[in-house]
Design a protein around this ligand. Structure first.
Ligand SMILES: [Fe+2]
Length: 414
């Protein structure tokens, strides 16, 4: 079964009995929740083992109601599962379908489908439903990939924001900017990291290029040749490429390439890639063959299956446009995701990303502001990431792929 499919599951009779024997009375009298907590612990263990991992993003709720109430009330949009712990069969509505749940059966939905209970089949009997929802608000950051921001502390607050998680891109997909099915994008509102968040994001050894994101200002002498190309006047993709492929453009790229090579591990070659995006894109990563946007992704083709190998090329991107652009990332490496999700052998990177967001929809995406003339270095084959382009003018950047150190060597003679 796919992590992204909706499905029916059973809970064992002993768990349902445990609810009726130890919790029901306590719950109705509001006397204490001691037994309920113990019941939830057993249930969480069972569901995590047999159904879906229950994470810190999930909360439980008991819903007891009459058939009349069931017909008029709707569940919160963030309900991902309903388990019928009552004695009678009941039914739930998912999308346009009605689905019957026997006593002890549950239904788990993807976040694309809204779940609503309807009435019990016996109109004289109350529904007793256990609902599993996604918690509101942000989930806590785990410590892993590190941000090396070569600016002051004030600049950190000005440049770094955290999303309130993610949502599916489906409703933002349009003819102009179609997304892949099951693509995810960051979800507003954005918040400023607390000092604890900032500590998690930045403190530690930033010399490992496979798990470090670095943002810094590119020296004036590297940017100047691009300014001479008057890229601020670029309106079309063709215009951008003709300026970059002219004699002056080629010289500017060659000089920038020599500069980036000084960061390169073992002085290996780096490959420059000129990138143009039209203004006002919420996602910049696009499959140019299929002509669809990827949303948050790891830089592998869809068919590639995950591996524990982490020594992949990373990238450096220099913002050559007129305006700020943004690099988005999740501060967890592929190895973290493998440890967290325990994927089946043969799972693709794309499915790994979908599974993570489905189970942790409140995990913050980090948004880094990249000013004109700034660069970032990121392990794009080892982190979930994306970009947000310039708002009003074309989004222009020069990207390099290679084994680019996050602790650059001394600048050599250019
Ligand atoms: Fe990418």
């Amino acid at each position: 079964m796919n992590q992204t499919d909706s499905f029916i599951f059973d809970i064992p009779e002993c768990l349902r009995n445990l609810w009726w024997e130890t919790c029901a009375q306590e719950f109705m009298s509001s006397s204490s929740i001691e037994n309920f907590e113990a019941f939830l612990e057993f249930l969480t263990d069972y569901l995590s083992l047999k159904v879906r991992p229950i994470t810190g993003d999930h909360i439980f709720d008991i819903l007891i109601r009459s058939p009349e109430q069931a017909l008029i009330e709707k569940l919160d949009n963030d309900t991902c599962s309903i388990i019928n712990i009552g004695d009678e069969p009941t039914s739930v509505i998912t999308g346009s379908k009605q689905c019957f749940l026997k006593s002890g059966q549950g239904f788990w939905v993807t976040d694309e489908i809204k779940l609503n209970p309807t009435s019990t089949t016996n109109e004289a009997v109350l529904d007793v439903l256990l609902c599993i929802k996604y918690k509101e608000g942000y989930s806590n950051l785990r410590k892993s990939a590190l941000l090396d921001l070569n600016f002051s502390e004030d600049a950190f607050n000005e440049r770094v924001l955290m999303s309130s998680g993610v949502c599916t891109a489906a409703k933002y997909s349009s003819q102009n900017a179609p997304y892949f099915d099951n693509a995810y994008i960051s979800r507003s509102p954005w918040k400023t990291p607390t000092s604890e968040d900032s500590n998690i994001l930045t403190t530690g050894n930033t010399s490992d290029f496979t798990k470090t994101i670095k943002v810094f200002k590119v020296p004036e002498e590297i940017i100047k040749p691009f300014q001479l190309l008057e890229l601020n006047k670029v309106a079309t993709e063709q215009d951008y490429y003709s300026r970059m492929n002219g004699i002056k453009g080629k010289r500017a790229i060659e000089k920038a390439t020599r500069y980036v090579k000084t960061f390169s591990i073992n002085n290996a070659d780096v490959e420059p890639i000129t990138v143009f995006n039209r203004p006002n894109l919420y996602s910049t990563a696009r499959d140019n063959i299929i002509e669809r946007y990827l949303g948050l992704h790891i830089d592998f083709t869809f068919k590639e299956t995950i591996s524990q190998e982490t020594h992949h090329p990373n990238l450096m991107s220099i913002n050559l446009g007129n305006e700020d652009r943004y690099f988005l990332y999740v501060n967890l490496t592929v190895l973290d995701l493998i440890e967290l999700l325990k994927p089946n052998e043969g799972m693709t990177y794309r499915r790994l990303v979908q599974t993570f967001f489905q189970l942790y929809p409140n995990y913050p995406v980090i948004r880094l502001k990249i000013n004109p003339g700034d660069a970032y270095i990121a392990p794009a084959m080892n982190l979930i990431h994306d970009g947000i382009g310039s708002k009003n003018s074309p989004d222009l950047h020069l990207m390099f792929r290679g084994y680019i150190s996050s602790s650059p060597m001394e600048l050599r003679s250019l």
